[in-house]
Design a protein around this ligand. Sequence first.
Ligand code: GDP
Length: 463
Amino acid sequence: MESDTIAAVASGMTASGIGIIRISGPEAFFILSRIFQPKKKADVTGYPSHTIHYGTIVRREGGREEAIDECLVMVMRAPATYTTEDTVEINTHGGPYVMQCVMDLVLKNGARAAEPGEFTKRAFLGGRIDLSEAEAVMDVISAKSDDALKSSIMQLSGSVRLKITELREVIMDELAFIEAALDDPEHYEIGNYGEKLLIKLHPVREKLKELRGSFGEGRLIREGILTVILGKPNAGKSSLLNALSGADRAIVTEIEGTTRDILEEEVRLGGLLLRVIDTAGIHEARDVIEEIGIGRAREYASRADLLLAVFDSARPLDENDEEILSLIRGRQAVILLNKTDLVPVVKAEELKRKSGGEIPVIFVSAKEQTGFGRLLEEIRTMFFHGKIALNEETMITNARHLSAIDAALLSLSHVEESVRDGMPEDFYSIDLMDAYAKLGEIIGEDVDDDLIDAIFSKFCMGK
Ligand code: GDP
């Protein structure tokens, strides 16, 4: 365990209602007693755990006492705290200067400024949470949609840890059996063990593959679905983006080709996050600026997770529309037949046929904001098998976890090869041990300090 006491502004250094200075470590209560003048006379170091006290933060110098700010302090004693150490949180007014003054006092009285993520690192080192849960803390903070938040909260409550621990136990049981059997061949029947081992490992590998498979969905949930809106000029791309994002950020005009710049907007659609890129229309470039815009549109379209192809239902299809149809063929795309509030001249069947027959067509009106519910349903079907909300199944969202799972799967496939090749049992142990260790990395077992430092350094200050 670390033995010094750390402190940081936990609430962010911007003007806000309340600012929180957090102190954790063995000296936390002592430091508080040096800078806190309680309204009700008391021995501050003797405060019971999980209590809140009103008073003033004071600077004491040369027998003089100067009030810095009135505050509430929250005191929590080890081990039932976030870090598992004695913890004090001082709630001051949320001015950057006030917070800085209180922070300076805390440091002068014996604390050290915390590194980013150091509070959570202590929670991990103190054994309160495992590494996957620590990482989930950061995901909760950076969550940008309902689904992202739900999946992070599930991981924070140990969904990944439980699943990984369960799989490791199966592997450990087999390792133990091999050891015992090799030590004591008289009492253990090891003939034909290889085949039995493969049967035992089969569900482990299947579950690992499932977890592996969840990563794609996990990424889309966490980072958002990279979405490109395609459509000829005046089809209504900007209007749609505005209607979806509920803001009026893209410039909407009636002059063809005004949407030159590529705008990225985060759109929350029923719990999902779409990172929508609005592009200049796909049509013949008329000047240099547009040419750049169109080139970028094509480039983004090739990288997008989802293409939203907008067609103007009130104007006949032209060669621009044909080009867009060819661009979306075979892709994860939705056709939005826009302006359905006007008299239609374009038929949905025609678009459906020309796009290869697989891509759903949805009637929308950016103007009247209709059809978005169907759009959400289609996207859910496309990316999340129609799931309306995240269910209980464990999902991985972290690239570090993915590579550990891949490594474990590789080791387990080596076990299978050894069995098929009729290798002796101790060969199985080596690869089983590797798989066990790799899975352990996910929850932070036997990981080296550099990795831990690297993970926590990505955290924000005061967390
Ligand atoms: P973009 O060039 O594809 O981005 O198209 P805009 O969003 O700038 O829209 C072009 C014109 O179509 C504007 O005058 C919009 O007000 C109009 N428009 C867009 N969506 C609709 C719609 O659903 N119904 C009607 N009636 N007009 C629309």
